[in-house]
Design a protein around this ligand. Structure first.
Ligand code: B12
Length: 340
């Protein structure tokens, strides 16, 4: 095989420039030229578009790009994925199998799932892309009609993990195995086991390799979440509004900053997900991430420990939640060194 005439790094840099300039036509031209110069579709999708999108996220989190710039860039990347698919259509399904790709309920990061779908089609899978935020009930109806061999569920936010369990149960009810992926399931995929998924892969290339062997885990695919975790997570979700209001007052008195309100809502969601999978690391990762984000008006690193104290006080009837809030990993993540 001859090496492509273009280097991925320079294509990615050009592509990011075009995103930064809100130049859709230019971004499409960069991607199609890279294909014509020998970069394969998978490389353009994963090493250019996906990597550029990660950088977009870093720029937003660092306060260098506004939400609008991020939205425009993402819209352009979606158009680029379509243009790439039109320019180099996938082969006919090879008979290797059929797979439905969907995001968890409440998960609006549809682009990662779309990239996975495009890549799997290149490996001969008959792919049905169901898009963002698919409720478990809708998935059950889809499985009844379409009967794919496998379901791939994608999620970027760990706070959506309770929805993963419902999705896995809906799939298992019809005997369909579930492959999980996306940042929500943890860097090593450990939370995919907690919700009962049959397999996990870190990226689209690894997903294709795993599916080719169909070598899912040889455990029983049973969820590891117990009733007590489930109960306390339900309490947290039910009391979300009251907990957010209480923390807002404790931290900033009568302030009504919308960003703070959103961030405290995410804090409760991530706490609920951490309780659900019984792993303080999930909450600690979120707290470290908050410590690096510079969105105006948002929750600051200094406010993390008082916010957790306020939660522990209000949630004293939920022993698992309180133990998690007081765990060393979580407390350390609130300190400047821990959050660095
Ligand atoms: C674009 C974007 C959005 C868009 C999404 C639009 C769309 N159509 O996708 C919108 C505006 C909706 C959005 C909203 C939010 N976002 Co956002 N978003 C992003 C951004 C910049 C890019 C996403 C992307 O396309 N990534 C590129 C993909 C390809 O990478 P990937 O996820 O690693 O995917 C690969 C693998 O994970 C794997 N994979 C993915 N799915 C699957 C499935 C299976 C089965 C397998 C095997 C593999 C697999 O294959 C992919 C390709 O190899 C990311 C930054 C980032 N690092 O991703 C932030 C990011 C994910 N968002 C973030 C946040 C905080 C939010 C909001 C909470 C912001 C807010 N305050 O409202 C909301 C939440 C909305 C919701 N409930 O879903 C944070 C999450 C941080 C955290 N601690 O979890 C990030 C990381 C930004 C950051 N740097 O802080 N976002």
């Amino acid at each position: 095989m001859t090496a492509p005439a273009v280097a991925t790094d320079s294509v990615r840099a050009d592509y990011l420039d075009r995103l930064g300039a809100s130049d859709e036509e230019g971004a499409v031209a960069v991607a199609l030229a890279a294909l014509d110069e020998g970069l394969d579709v998978e490389a353009v999708l994963l090493d250019v578009v996906a990597e550029a999108q990660r950088e977009v996220g870093e720029r937003w989190a660092a306060g260098a790009w506004t939400v609008v710039q991020e939205h425009v860039a993402t819209h352009i990347s979606e158009r680029v994925v379509s243009a790439v698919a039109r320019h180099r259509p996938p082969p006919r399904p090879s008979g290797i199998g059929s797979i439905s790709v969907a995001c968890l309920d409440g998960e609006w990061h549809g682009l990662p799932a779309r990239l996975l779908a495009e890549v799997l089609a290149r490996y001969g899978w008959a792919v049905t892309f169901l898009g963002s935020s698919v409720p478990a009930g809708q998935m059950a109806a889809h499985l009844h009609e379409a009967g794919p061999d496998v379901v791939a569920v994608s999620s970027s936010l760990p706070s959506r993990l309770p929805a993963a369990r419902r999705m896995v149960e809906a799939c298992h009810a019809s005997g369909t195995p579930v492959l999980a992926g996306g940042a929500a399931f943890g860097p090593d995929g450990r939370w995919s086991r907690a919700v009962g998924a049959d397999g996990w892969a870190p990226d689209a290339r690894a997903a294709a390799a795993l599916l080719a062997e169909f070598s899912f885990r040889d455990d029983d695919g049973a969820a590891r979440v117990d009733d007590s975790s489930r109960d306390e997570q339900t309490v947290l979700q039910a009391r979300r509004g009251e907990l957010v209001a209480g923390m807002t007052t404790a931290l900033r008195g009568t302030s009504v900053d919308e960003q703070l309100h959103d961030d405290l809502g995410h804090l409760v969601d991530f706490l609920a997900a951490a309780v659900y999978v019984d792993d303080p690391a999930l909450l600690a990762n979120f707290l470290r991430w908050v410590g690096t984000v510079a969105v105006p008006g948002g929750l600051t690193r200094d406010e993390l420990a008082p916010a957790l104290d306020d939660l522990a006080e209000r949630l004293r009837d939920s022993p698992r939640t309180v133990a998690l809030l007081r765990s060393a990993d979580v407390r350390e993540a609130c300190t400047p060194e821990g959050a660095a």
